[in-house]
Design a protein around this ligand. Structure first.
Ligand code: PRP
Ligand code: URA
Length: 206
């Protein structure tokens, strides 16, 4: 399943990120804010369980989150989405996957993985602003699946049709959430119109 979260505030903030004149501080802030807005929508169908709590007027039957939420940002650019989502789900734990894309071959290379325990029982949100060829997201999803993860959502800001199709084919069980589905990949594997190199824009490395 793919969902494009068309909300006026998401579109407005994404427009600022697309603007080449937007600097590091505002790029990072908008990324964080969009991630938070997306999380609100993405968690709409999250499972609850019944609990009985003690209130000032006696016992009360109500609901709380059934499963732990684990965020899995793909380093580097996915890190820029973590704080915005933690504002909504402060109890979420965070695992990290390091994957970089070879600039020539566009193939993903894994260099780091560290996770909280019990991925198998958790709602996993894999985070990366960019879904281009889909190679990096595919690698990250494979890594969490190897560690037992079953309930996985992929959360990206901008996706290319090529990347969406790749993930749908390799991981039909993973729901994909985007803020925008863009037109295409260019010859260098960059999304058009896209955001440019998200990692570089977040961290000011170019
Ligand atoms: C970027 C981006 C994704 C990946 C997307 O990371 O953050 O992880 O490229 O491309 P793909 O879908 O074709 O794999 P990059 O490899 O540039 O690393 P960085 O985040 O460290 O800059
Ligand atoms: N990685 C990025 O940061 N941007 C793209 O457009 C493609 C891959």
């Amino acid at each position: 399943m793919i969902t494009v979260l068309n909300h006026p505030m998401i579109t407005h903030k994404l427009t600022q990120m697309r603007n080449i004149n937007t600097g590091t501080k505002d790029f990072r802030q908008n990324l964080d804010e969009i991630a938070g807005l997306m999380a609100y929508e993405i968690t709409r169908d999250i499972k609850l369980e019944q609990v009985t709590i003690e209130t000032h007027s006696g016992p009360y039957e109500t609901f709380e989150l059934q499963k732990e939420v684990i965020l899995v940002p793909i380093i580097r650019a996915g890190l820029g989405m973590v704080e915005g989502i933690l504002n909504l789900i402060p109890t979420a734990k965070v695992g990290h996957v390091g994957v970089y894309r070879d600039e020539e071959t566009l193939l993903p290379h894994e260099y780091f993985a560290k996770f909280p325990e019990h991925l198998e029982d958790a709602e996993i949100l894999v985070l990366d602003p960019m879904l281009a060829t889909g190679g990096s997201a595919d690698a990250a999803i494979e890594i969490v699946k190897r560690r037992g993860a079953k309930n996985i959502k992929l959360v990206c800001l901008v996706g290319a049709p090529e990347g969406v199709e790749f993930i749908k084919k390799n991981h039909p069980d993973v729901d994909i959430f985007l803020a925008a589905l863009d037109e295409k990949l260019n010859d260098n594997g960059y999304i058009e119109p896209g955001l440019g190199d998200a990692g570089d824009r977040i961290y000011g490395t170019k």
